[in-house]
Design a protein around this ligand. Sequence first.
Ligand SMILES: NC(=O)c1ccc[n+]([C@@H]2O[C@H](COP(=O)([O-])OP(=O)(O)OC[C@H]3O[C@@H](n4cnc5c(N)ncnc54)[C@H](O)[C@@H]3O)[C@@H](O)[C@H]2O)c1
Length: 391
Amino acid sequence: MIVGVPMESFPGERRVALVPVVVPILVKAGFQVLVEAGAGSRAGYPDTEYAEKGAKVAASRPELFQSADILVQVLSFGSNDAAGKEDLALFRPHQTVIGFHRPFGSREANQQLASSRVTAFSVELMPRITRAQSMDALSSMATICGYKAVLLAADRLPRMFPMLTTAAGTITPARVFIIGAGVAGLQAISTARRLGAVASAYDLRPAAKEQVQSLGGRFIELPIEARDAEDRRGYAKQQDESFFQRQRELLGRVVAESDVVITAAVVPGKKPPVLVTREMVERMSPGSVIVDLAAERGGNCELTQAGQRISDHGVTIIGYINVASTVPYHASQMYARNLAAFLLHLGKEGTPNLDLDDEITRETLLTRGGEVVNARVREFFSMPALISQSK
Ligand SMILES: NC(=O)c1ccc[n+]([C@@H]2O[C@H](COP(=O)([O-])OP(=O)(O)OC[C@H]3O[C@@H](n4cnc5c(N)ncnc54)[C@H](O)[C@@H]3O)[C@@H](O)[C@H]2O)c1
């Protein structure tokens, strides 16, 4: 089985799906690794390092797509809406494609992927179970985003983060407030604390309280309770607009008192709730910074512009997308570890054997044999269940 690593084609993307250090692990398990020339260079991994670890280098993209049995990508067709379409023509029937496919993004894109007759696995669909933790690419990328969000804020804030007692007086610590204490939010708390800020956080899932406190953050409790806050996968459940309205009213004061607000409140497959309104921004002190990690899907702040950094009433609002790509060395390293674990899971002898009784394999499988086969995705897009797939 040849695992092919193409160069990422989304504009500005710097990550690569596999890094040299995982090559021997895959080779030992019976895979061969073929890397498109230059694929890792923007992440800090030159071709020579792959070759030293036992990979072969393909001179061109068509050659790579032609030779690989399994293609591993970061932003694959579906999540790469700029250049992903060009890959459709290169995919070969029954080839396996593993990557971010944004399975809840577009029914049409899923259908197009299926029509290319590839066996596609979507890393976003990885079940949040202990057994799959080493393969959880969403958590890896969220970790990077949470870390980088704090650095982006610190860079724009006209204040320092730590408390300092100096001969020139005392400097008070920055107040960082995080809305949405999932993987990214929790990493933001840790990073803000390491820089010396006072960090607090809010999440509608009651389970988040202990996690926030264990990282030295203050958990902000609001006198409202979410209806069925958490689904069986541990994700937040969608709430109605009156709930969000009440959240906004109660969050206003905390936001106004914060120097930095980092928002990372999302519900899978849904538009993120607007939790920071224009009026709330206007009540913040000039110089304050908002980093909206939900920007790509619409944002948690009413004023966020996806991909942009803007200033409104003296408040900087950062809505950058694809933030994980700005830390490409470690983002690639973490993602590669996740993929290597997943490849070993699929077929230890280098042969992907599709055991659909296995939860990890079944839940991540998006398309096969010309059809969108994932039960969760079919249900999301109100497609009839497939008899053969309905386990
Ligand atoms: N293998 C595992 O066991 C495993 C792995 C990763 C994550 N998890 C858990 O899964 C959960 C989701 O993780 P994630 O970071 O991917 O989540 P996510 O990216 O889907 O959401 C981010 C956070 O936003 C919160 N949120 C959504 N709507 C909100 C609102 N209106 N107000 C406030 N907060 C809101 C969510 O509760 C979540 O904590 C977490 O509990 C995490 O600890 C478990």
